[in-house]
Design a protein around this ligand. Structure first.
Ligand SMILES: [Fe+2]
Length: 220
């Protein structure tokens, strides 16, 4: 029996996140299968795969949150949920008493309910922000283009400088985001330290450039 059936209500239209959520659903279903077949020797490896993949998935989401300029209060609330979930999973994995079938079924329904609720409410909020951001940026570009007609030479020169500076800043952000994606999604294996350092460096760069963009926008 499949305990968790994927459906279109879980789709957030962000390919990498949707694909990772499908893997999480499949891992929960793997757990259901070993419990149903009472394959006790496999419990710990299935739990361990689930926890490893969940950690990896949360890093992806958190990098996306920071790179997309998700409001800091929302980032903190979202990361808090991830942290609590990892703590719950850790305690389940380290507790050898999960051999009772009743306990395992409680854990299964907890995992299923948590993921359903988290995707539909918390992750959806992030997805909406990312979709809106793309739209805001395209609208901003259109507006800038339209504004160019009817400007004096001087105003136009200032605007072009502003535009090229903004373009340059967005290019830096794009490169930093590429660095994050390369570490997260390329097939080459990085050591955990390199992984963490590259992500931290790229996120720091994104945050600094976003601050500069904010100051530049205010000066206009
Ligand atoms: Fe999340």
């Amino acid at each position: 029996m499949t305990v968790f059936v994927w459906s279109s209500q879980f789709e957030l239209k962000i390919k990498v996140i949707d694909e990772q959520h499908k893997v999480l659903v499949a891992l929960i279903n793997d757990l259901e299968k070993v419990i149903a077949k009472k394959k006790t020797a496999q419990y710990s490896s299935v739990f361990s795969n689930l926890i490893k993949y969940t950690r990896y998935h949360f890093i992806t989401e958190e990098a996306l949150m920071l790179a997309s300029g998700f409001p800091l209060s929302d980032v903190n609330a979202h990361i808090k949920q991830h942290k609590q979930f990892i703590e719950e999973l850790d305690s389940v994995c380290s507790d050898e008493s999960y051999v009772s079938e009743g306990d395992l079924n409680v854990i299964l329904s907890f995992l299923t309910n948590w993921l359903t609720n988290h995707i539909c409410k918390v992750d959806r909020k992030l997805a909406t922000h990312i979709h809106d951001e793309n739209e805001i940026f395209s609208r901003w570009e259109e507006k800038q283009h339209a504004k160019e007609s009817g400007r004096t030479q001087h105003q136009l020169a200032i605007e072009i400088d502003y535009k090229s500076l903004m373009g340059y800043f967005h290019e830096i952000i794009r490169h930093a985001e590429e660095d994050i994606k390369n570490v997260l999604f390329c097939e080459q294996q990085f050591s955990p330290d390199t992984h963490q350092q590259t992500i931290e460096k790229a996120l720091k760069k994104i945050s600094m450039v976003r601050k500069a963009i904010g100051r530049l926008s205010l000066s206009q």
